[in-house]
Design a protein around this ligand. Structure first.
Ligand SMILES: [Zn+2]
Length: 113
């Protein structure tokens, strides 16, 4: 009764597509093509790892995310982390709001009864 179609067949075009794994130069150990970016669009995650110095980075991915996006994101994150580590004294943004921004307007309430 319950015949299930298995959609396990891949559309084999004959030519090998460019593999999803893309390799870049590591910004930490500076090895060429040691960084691999793997994008899992199904899971919506992208993983970056350097096989030489074992640096890792994980980010979100969508259908538009390319390996280079993750790579540049990683550079930005590493750069920010480095800057953060260098500045021992972090300016604490204490945005303690002395005044409430949104004051509930209860002027219209008509106390009739
Ligand atoms: Zn590395």
């Amino acid at each position: 009764m319950g015949k299930r179609k298995k959609a396990a067949r891949k559309p084999g075009g004959g030519k090998m597509k460019v593999p999803l794994d893309t390799q870049f130069t590591c910004i930490f150990c500076h090895h060429d093509k040691s960084v691999t970016v793997r994008i899992d669009r199904k899971e919506g995650v992208a993983q970056l790892v350097c096989r030489v110095c074992d640096q890792r980075y994980q980010s979100k991915a969508n259908h538009l995310t390319e390996a280079i996006d993750i790579y540049s994101e990683w550079i930005d994150a590493a750069d920010a982390a480095e800057r953060d580590a260098q500045s021992t004294r972090r300016p604490v943004a204490s945005s303690s709001s002395s005044r409430p921004a949104a004051i509930p307007a209860l002027d219209d309430s008509d106390d009739d009864e």
